[in-house]
Design a protein around this ligand. Structure first.
Ligand code: PEP
Ligand code: MG
Length: 331
């Protein structure tokens, strides 16, 4: 198997019917970047910038952030890197942010975190915006906001970047060659207003880790609930299909960056739902590329329509059986 994955490293993942699937990796530390050429991914679909904040004893200053982002872009070369602005707060509370600010967070996952925190602590987002814009001077920059719940939050976060960009322009600094902004879909409410969000964004990435916990009201960190709700349940798959249908034809690139996309059976389901970009853990790139090459999307999409209109008693078993009839290995 390992030999096959090594062979697939330089092979572009096309389905049997000829559709190119984008397979990207999730990363967050400087060392993760070395995985990019090793596994043959299309880029970094999720760079979790908060990792630098979490491993630091003090708030990382602009210069340190700039150096990390520049090194990541250098290492990625021509491949895109999607930087997610900090997803801190709640259970990822930082010792150097005042404890008292989190004292009302009884449900930290649903609390004062991510963009909610960044929009109030505007200095933090400003510094990060400047570091990203400077690090991407002369290159393409992709910025993604976490935990967007309503479109205005996206606008407010983008305005912080626009202000910093205007500042750099006035100073006659070299600017990024292009800037594309996107949002994570982790909060179910956002799916209800996608028609308003889509015209504002270039890409949308579904964070199935948080989305699942919010859809099922089930804490993703509670081991008692870990096995209880399945990513392949009709509720999740129908939700994801609605998102996929709502996005189709809008010109917005749609992907998944939760752990779900790195598992073969789940990835198969996502392809059947219309997702064409998966950002996954680096060790899954070989297995997912192998899967992609075995799939006929027309056949799969038809089967998925059937499963969703009349869900089988065990969705997991049904998809597994369908795959094994076609010689597709989903383990
Ligand atoms: C997610 O929620 O699915 C996601 C990718 O973000 P994180 O796991 O960092 O919360
Ligand atoms: Mg998340």
């Amino acid at each position: 198997r390992q030999a096959l994955y090594a062979e697939l490293r330089d092979v572009e993942p096309f389905t049997r019917c000829g559709t190119r699937i984008e397979v990207m990796i999730n990363a967050g530390l400087r060392d993760d970047i070395s995985a990019l050429p090793l596994v043959g991914a299309d880029g970094i679909g999720l760079f979790r910038t908060e990792f630098q904040f979490l491993v630091s004893a003090t708030l990382p200053q602009r210069e340190r952030q700039f150096r990390l982002y520049r090194d990541v872009l250098d290492a990625a070369g021509d491949r895109p890197v999607i930087f997610r602005t900090v997803d801190i707060g709640g259970d990822k509370a930082l010792p150097y942010l005042r404890e008292s600010e989190f004292e009302n967070d009884e449900n930290p996952a649903m609390g004062w975190r991510a963009l909610r925190l960044a929009l109030e602590r505007e200095g933090l987002l400003k510094v990060q915006a400047r570091a990203l814009l400077e690090a991407a001077a002369g290159r393409a920059l992709y910025v993604m906001f976490p935990m967007v719940s309503e479109p205005w939050e996206f606008d407010a976060a983008k305005a912080v970047f626009d202000n910093q960009l205007a500042h750099l322009r006035r100073k006659k600094k070299l600017l990024p060659e292009s800037i594309r902004y996107g949002a994570m879909l982790e909060v179910p409410a956002l799916a209800e207003v996608l028609d308003q969000l889509l015209p504002r964004i270039a890409f949308l990435s579904v964070g199935t880790n948080d989305l699942t916990q919010f859809l099922f009201a089930a804490d993703r960190a509670n081991p008692k609930l870990a096995e209880r709700y399945d990513w392949l349940s009709p509720a999740i798959l129908r939700f994801l299909r609605r998102v996929s249908l709502a996005t189709a034809g809008s010109g917005v690139a749609l992907g998944v960056c939760g752990e779900m996309g790195g598992r073969r059976l789940e990835a198969l389901a996502l392809l059947g739902l219309g997702f064409r970009r998966l950002s996954i853990t680096p060790v899954s790139v070989g297995p997912i590329k192998e899967l992609v090459r075995q799939v006929d999307l027309r056949e799969l999409e038809k089967a998925m329509q059937g499963w969703l209109s009349a869900p089988p008693p065990d969705m997991r078993a049904a998809i597994t059986a369908w795959a094994s009839e076609r010689g597709i290995d989903t383990d």
